[in-house]
Design a protein around this ligand. Structure first.
Ligand SMILES: O=C(O)CCC(=O)C(=O)O
Ligand SMILES: [Fe+2]
Length: 324
């Protein structure tokens, strides 16, 4: 009997297989121009480092309520705790943003204060961030070469100062979905694109992530040994629209297994404060820049956007409801 093995829903790239940056660039080019979503395996982040990060995250979210919420989101620094439905999208998720501690100290800024559950695990979180930054650097080099740029074009403008590790918890949903607010549409994470350059996404066990493809939603199940990489809006712009930043979401449970808590970790690779977002591949004489500015709600007529201003602008939009 032949057993049908389901096709993976995304292309798979093994980083270790590509010894040279040119070979990696070639592999990245097709997926990034098509949809910008890829499973990446043999990525160099040890499984025990990932398992540890998930254990820390579960310990934090399941811990004492007071410890969990007392360092609430700091929109300016993009750090801290965001509660369920706190974002303007009303998502049924809670999250904690952890900044790369290396940068926070090097720049003379005091390290990010952490809740006790995370403070106790600071060294392990730093290790996770270090490995993930190393993967980000390899991918950014590959992406620069794929665009026929110098291999350090992106890494020199993504030193990690605005990168954030986002620990996510989607709380369990009751079988009848009854305790949910009937006045609001329920979604674990509403359809969105990521605003940074690339996102490195670690999914734990529970599925629910979907990506928009040809007018339908396609499931991107957790795959052991793989992370999901996706292109964000900043890199779509930088590449003159060549690389694609695609809509994705996390749906409400469709099975018994999905009713459980869902944990994931998204690592957002953001352009540096002083980088300048510039459509390097753009042959459109500014038309693309204008379209980007309008679509992201930036002041019309903006001619130069620094990475710092851009990230802040997107953050303000995300937390609009909080400020009002
Ligand atoms: O939890 C997930 O799988 C996706 C999270 C996500 O898309 C995000 O936080 O931007
Ligand atoms: Fe996302």
């Amino acid at each position: 009997m032949r057993i049908a093995i389901p096709e993976p829903s995304l292309p798979i790239i093994s980083v270790a297989e590509h010894k040279s940056v040119h070979s990696l660039a070639k592999a990245l080019y097709d997926s990034c121009t098509a949809e910008g979503f890829i499973y990446v395996c043999d990525h160099g982040i040890p499984q025990e480092v990932i398992d540890k990060a998930f254990a820390i995250s579960a310990g934090y979210f399941d811990g004492e309520l007071e410890d969990k919420v007392h360092l609430s989101v700091d929109i300016k620094n993009n750090t801290g705790y965001t509660a369920i439905r706190q974002e303007s999208s009303g998502d049924l998720k809670e999250l904690f943003h952890f900044a790369d501690g290396h940068w926070r100290t090097v720049n003379g800024v005091k390290q990010q204060n952490l809740p006790a559950a995370l403070e106790a695990a600071r060294a392990d979180l730093d290790t996770f961030v270090e490995y993930t930054n190393a993967l980000a650097a390899r991918l950014l080099e590959g992406l620069a070469v794929a665009l026929k740029l110098q291999s350090d074009f992106f890494t020199s403008q993504h030193t990690g100062e605005l990168n954030r590790m986002r620990m996510l918890h989607y709380p369990p949903v009751p079988n009848d979905h009854k305790d949910l607010d009937p006045t609001q549409a329920d979604i674990r994470a509403g359809a969105h694109t990521d605003y940074g350059s690339i996102t490195i996404l670690f999914q734990h066990l529970v599925s629910g992530l979907q990506v928009r493809r040809n007018g339908s939603w396609v499931d991107i199940a957790p795959m052991k040994g793989c992370v999901v990489i996706n292109i964000g809006d900043a890199l779509e712009f930088w590449s003159g629209g060549l690389f694609r930043s695609t809509l994705h979401r996390v749906v409400m449970p469709r099975s018994q297994a999905e009713l459980a808590s869902r944990y994931s970790i998204a690592y957002f690779v953001h352009p540096d404060n002083n980088s300048v977002l510039d459509a390097v591949m753009d042959g459109s004489n500014g038309v693309l820049l204008d379209r980007f500015i309008v679509s992201k709600g930036l002041p019309p007529g903006t001619r130069r956007i620094s990475g710092g201003d851009y990230v802040q602008h997107r953050l303000n939009a995300t937390y609009d409801a909080v400020k009002k």
